[in-house]
Design a protein around this ligand. Structure first.
Ligand code: FES
Length: 174
């Protein structure tokens, strides 16, 4: 086989592998654009965010314009166009949590994770952090949720311990 053809095939195979997961999701929903939100939810669950090239691919596969699909992806706050960490830290900054000093907890998290101003996700994609509005657990303020697990009455010291424990468990797994 000529070298250029070999290269083209290798690129094609790589592309197919990359889009295999999204193809499976699209097939599960019969390539039906009325299921767009559900499809994007599954894609996000798979990739932990909505990569731009995947959104364009989904649009093409569903026969819709990329701007329509991007419009839906940006309309719903549940979707993220930026990579998220394996551990999604959500810090409540609702009134009760704010009054009980959620901001020093946020500062401790950002410092611990060495996040530059404006950065939400660590470079190794292990953690991402965001503030959210009231989680409905004001009696436990200030509250942090990490991948659905609730951490009540956090302080800068206790959240650093939680992050240390996660890091330790992750490092032991490798
Ligand atoms: S304000 Fe944080 S849980 Fe309600």
């Amino acid at each position: 086989m000529p070298a250029t053809l070999e290269l083209k095939n290798a690129v094609r195979q790589e592309g197919l592998r990359k889009f295999q997961k999204v193809n499976d999701i699209l097939a599960r929903y019969d390539y039906d654009a009325t299921n767009l939100v559900a499809i994007l939810q599954k894609v996000q669950a798979e990739y932990r965010y909505l990569p731009q090239d995947i959104l364009t691919y989904v649009a093409t596969a569903l026969g819709r314009s990329p701007s329509e699909v991007f419009g839906v992806a940006t309309f719903y706050s549940q979707f993220s166009l930026e990579p998220k960490g394996k551990y999604e830290i959500k810090l409540c900054d609702g009134t009760a949590c704010h009054v009980r000093r959620s901001i020093p907890v946020l500062q401790a998290i950002r410092e611990k994770l060495k996040l530059a101003p404006g950065e939400k996700t660590t470079r190794d994609l292990r953690f991402s952090v965001e503030t959210v509005s009231c989680l409905g657990a004001c009696g436990l303020a200030p509250v942090v949720v990490i991948n659905e697990k609730v951490y009540p009455q956090m302080t800068p010291e206790s959240i650093v311990r939680v992050i240390d424990e996660i890091n330790k468990a992750e490092d032991n797994e490798q």
